[in-house]
Design a protein around this ligand. Structure first.
Ligand code: G6P
Length: 569
């Protein structure tokens, strides 16, 4: 989603900011731009599409005070007018904004603000400009009037920069006289960083940072160490997604090692009496949560997974003998964060299962179980998912006092894939269905999500037993059904389902370690530890999505309309 970068110092800020935006590219965006100070006048350059376009457009520019943005459209379509930075009506201020100003229409009317774009952000900017006082006064006053979420970076024509945040993250680092600002620690330079908390602000001028609270009082903040992941995914293959799938074994091993050697589970605070577990997440992390719920139930702990966007507005009865686990690769997802805040307000036992050390969710939950998947760049989550599944599995063992497995379980870790021929065949179908039961149904859901997000094929997952309650009506010769079966006890059930599909003309492909499906084209999984089956069986599904996407000529790392971290509701 949207990304913010800023620079104040003696170097070429345009280059620094464009470099920072390049790092933030992985979050997903559709347009980008920079604003810089040229002799007390603010100039803006914006473009639709790649940061590489912006790089070309700004090649010969140099400025010491610069702000930049990658925009993922929410209010207003994708065009240069709506791209950030925006310039205020007075032309004295430019601003970049992440988040959503919910009452922008009311503010625009009440304060008679003139705006050129269709964005909520420009309303916020002109509101700031209409306030009285210094730039920091203006930003703090305007922030009191806005409802919603924001990380803002405002550039004044006198060279001052002011930033503030509510919900959306924003960070700064200071390297001698240079100040870097970014919405992701990864895009900062230096060894240490400052994280703004909600309704905190900062002013940056002449290399000095001054922090303020929401009352405009100066505050001091402690800096934290930047943990730039040394295991940042290097591209060994054509795409990040492919590299990341092939990192699965290493990241699982690393997670197992860390959990074993560093006694990570012992540091987790559990409720005095643990009666049940609720897992709350979005997207792929929700699928990992569904899998986790199955693992917990298997060891006798009642568990349920919720979509964060449902949980936060639902009527869930919150209890103090429940452990609320928030599962998130980024630790920034808006609905997951909002759900965590709800639980925190009630002072209930909570745990963050996250992949990013410096993330907002960890700050909220305080109690953290890290995954060690390393930085994931491709929008379609792969190694982070398998790591979440594995972590939840290990945690379930810990809760049941079962010793963790030995590293040897990964000795012959298999990367199974669909044959080229099968990929080509499946890609021809207008309708793709994934079916399975229990754990395999969860894998089917994840397989379907992967395929639709990067190949744009209309597909969905259905529990095998539910087929005849509706979905069977869609089965004809335009449909292919990919059936997953890794559990012994449901083999025969699946065989009957397959007969029903065959009788209606649907094509069938089976993904299984069992020999019982030899009547159908089959992707053969190896006989491996049952506990690894949800991981071993999802890998071919990730490859299937990747290979169909490549066959269609799309970029799997940057699917249309999607973002890596969804920081707006
Ligand atoms: C976005 C990403 C998905 C991810 C989901 C939740 O939709 O594209 O890959 O699963 O957000 O993200 P999180 O960072 O909370 O795991």
């Amino acid at each position: 989603m949207c990304g913010i970068c800023g620079y104040v110092g003696g170097g070429n800020g345009v280059k620094e900011v464009v470099q920072g935006l390049k790092i933030l590219e992985y979050r997903g965006y559709d347009s980008c731009g920079v604003a810089y100070l040229d002799n007390k006048k603010i100039d803006i350059i914006k473009t639709i599409g790649d940061v590489d376009n912006l790089k070309k457009l700004t090649e010969n520019l140099s400025a010491n005070v610069v702000i930049g943005h990658t925009r993922w459209a929410t209010h207003g379509s994708v065009n240069e007018k709506n791209a950030h930075p925006h310039l205020s009506t007075s032309k004295n201020l430019a601003m970049v904004h992440n988040g959503i100003i919910e009452n922008y229409k009311e503010l625009k009317e009440e304060f008679k603000l003139n705006c050129i774009s269709d964005t909520d952000s420009e309303v916020f900017l002109n509101l700031i400009d209409s306030e009285k006082g210094t730039l920091i006064d203006k930003v703090i006053k305007a922030s009191k009037k806005v409802q919603g979420t924001f990380a803002v970076l405002v550039l004044g024509s006198d060279g001052e920069m002011v930033l503030g945040k509510r919900e959306s993250p924003l960070y700064l680092s200071n390297v001698e006289d240079e100040v870097y600002i970014a919405s992701d620690v990864l895009a900062l330079k230096g060894e240490n960083y400052f994280a703004l908390n909600d309704d905190e602000f900062a002013s940056v001028k002449n290399g000095k940072i001054i922090f303020y609270n929401k009352n405009g009082e100066k505050i001091t903040k402690k800096c934290e160490k930047i943990e730039k992941n040394s295991d940042f995914s290097e591209i060994f293959y054509k795409t990040h997604m492919e590299s990341e799938i092939f990192e699965t074994k290493n990241v699982l091993l690393k997670t197992l090692k860390k959990y074993t050697e560093e006694n990570i589970f012992q540091n987790i605070k559990l409720p005095k009496k643990l009666n049940s577990i609720s897992l709350i997440a979005c997207g792929t992390a929700y699928h990992a949560s569904l899998m986790g719920a199955e693992f917990f139930k298997k060891v006798g702990v009642d568990a349920r997974a919720y979509l964060a966007s449902e949980f936060r507005y639902g009527n869930e009865i919150l209890k103090d003998d429940t452990l609320y686990i928030f599962v998130s690769q980024s630790g920034e997802t808006a609905d997951t964060i909002a759900s965590a805040k709800m639980v925190k307000e009630r002072n209930l036992p909570m745990l963050a299962l996250t992949n990013m050390e410096n993330c907002l969710l960890n700050r909220i939950c305080e109690n953290v179980l890290p995954t060690f998947a390393g930085r994931e760049i491709a929008v379609a989550s792969t190694k982070a998912y398998t790591c979440q599944v594995f972590s939840l599995y290990l945690f379930s063992l810990y809760l049941a006092n079962i010793p963790l497995p030995k590293e040897e379980i990964f000795d012959d870790f298999p990367y199974v894939t669909f044959s080229e021929e099968l990929v080509k065949q499946i890609a021809k179908f207008k309708k793709v269905f994934f079916i399975g039961r229990n754990l395999d149904y969860v894998t089917a859901m994840e397989a379907s999500l992967k395929l639709k997000e990067i190949s744009y094929i209309n597909c969905f997952a259905i529990a095998s037993g539910e087929l005849k309650h509706g979905t069977l009506a869609l089965i004809d010769e335009d449909a292919v059904v990919i059936a997953i079966c890794t559990q012994e006890n449901i083999k025969t059930k699946l065989l009957s389902n397959l007969e029903e599909i065959k009788a209606r003309g649907g094509e069938i492909v089976v993904v299984s370690q069992f020999d019982d499906f030899s009547d159908y084209p089959c992707v053969k999984l190896p006989e491996t530890q049952t506990e690894l089956m949800p991981i071993v069986s999802v890998i071919p599904m990730q490859f299937l999505a990747l290979h169909i996407c490549e066959l269609f000529g799309y970029n799997p790392d940057k699917p249309r309309n999607l973002a890596k971290s969804v920081t707006v509701e």
